[in-house]
Design a protein around this ligand. Structure first.
Ligand code: HEC
Ligand code: HEC
Ligand code: HEC
Length: 185
């Protein structure tokens, strides 16, 4: 018996859906906790049923080994996501491409703070002048305060990669070529 038109139609739809959910990240073994089990969402709230499961949304984005396992900087730069940058047409988006080398790191590699990776998401006023002063070396930061959720710790460990990823911030080896840049202190 020949397949009916509607069966053919359903096979075609299935094929298209199958292709569009094809995952570009080979051997992707990332797993995400469901909203029912994450201990954050209200289980009584009926809206939970209509929310997209994290695994469906996040597995299409470039992988990362820490936090929610998405490399968000890459996701933005490679166009996987296009977050709305402003509510009003008049809001100006300012990307600042300057790096700051922070040298008060005891024995550890220096910290490189990239303005670009931050201003692609954030406005200057998210950080200046309350969290950080716009003068290199003038903000009295230290790791203890950061781990308490101050300075970088306002976001890292909350909405950006976690503080356990020491080497992402402490990324410039002492005595390397990059270590002779402008200094904080
Ligand atoms: C995610 C936080 C963050 C954002 C957003 C941010 N900055 Fe900064 N900025 C810093 C930090 C940290 C320092 C270093 C402070 C210190 O060393 O005490 C700094 C230092 C500066 C400095 C002094 C060093 C230099 O490069 O001359 C200027 C000027 C500055 N920022 C301007 C801006 C402007 C303009 C914007 C928006 C386009 C901006 N910043 C957005 C965190 C931020
Ligand atoms: C989000 C960025 C970030 C991460 C992640 C991070 N640090 Fe830091 N760390 C800093 C900054 C900024 C400073 C201060 C640098 C300055 O003021 O010159 C600092 C300073 C330090 C210092 C100097 C002494 C002190 O108490 O301030 C040590 C030691 C240190 N960090 C250890 C660590 C270790 C260990 C980890 C991982 C468990 C880590 N850091 C993760 C940003 C980070
Ligand atoms: C206002 C929020 C905020 C603050 C404060 C903040 N960050 Fe970030 N940071 C982000 C976000 C958002 C990203 C992009 C998402 C991610 O990588 O998790 C990011 C990414 C980064 C990256 C990765 C850049 C890349 O190319 O992958 C580094 C390094 C970094 N931050 C260091 C720091 C350091 C050091 C401080 C403190 C001096 C700091 N950040 C303070 C929000 C913040």
């Amino acid at each position: 018996m020949k397949p009916s038109r509607s069966v053919m139609f359903r096979m075609l739809v299935g094929l298209i859906l199958g292709v569009s959910s094809w995952c570009p990240w080979a051997a992707d073994s990332r797993q995400w906790t469901s909203l029912e089990k994450d201990g954050i969402h209200d289980q009584e709230n009926p809206a939970l049923q209509v929310m997209q499961p994290p695994a469906d949304a996040l597995r299409l984005l470039p992988p990362d080994s820490a936090g929610n396992q998405v490399n968000w900087v890459k996701a933005l730069r490679d166009g996987y996501i296009k977050p709305r940058t402003n509510l009003y047409e008049t809001t100006e988006v300012r990307v600042l491409d300057s790096n700051i080398l922070m040298k008060r790191t005891a024995e550890l590699p220096y910290v490189l703070f990239p303005h670009r990776a931050h201003t692609e998401w954030l406005d200057c006023s998210n950080c200046h002048e309350k969290l950080f002063r716009s003068k290199t070396g003038s903000t009295p930061m230290n790791m203890f305060a950061i781990l308490q959720g101050e300075y970088c710790g306002q976001c890292h460990g909350a909405v950006a990669f976690p503080l356990t990823e020491c080497t992402r911030c402490h990324s410039v080896p002492r005595n390397s070529a990059g270590a002779s840049q402008p200094v904080s202190k």
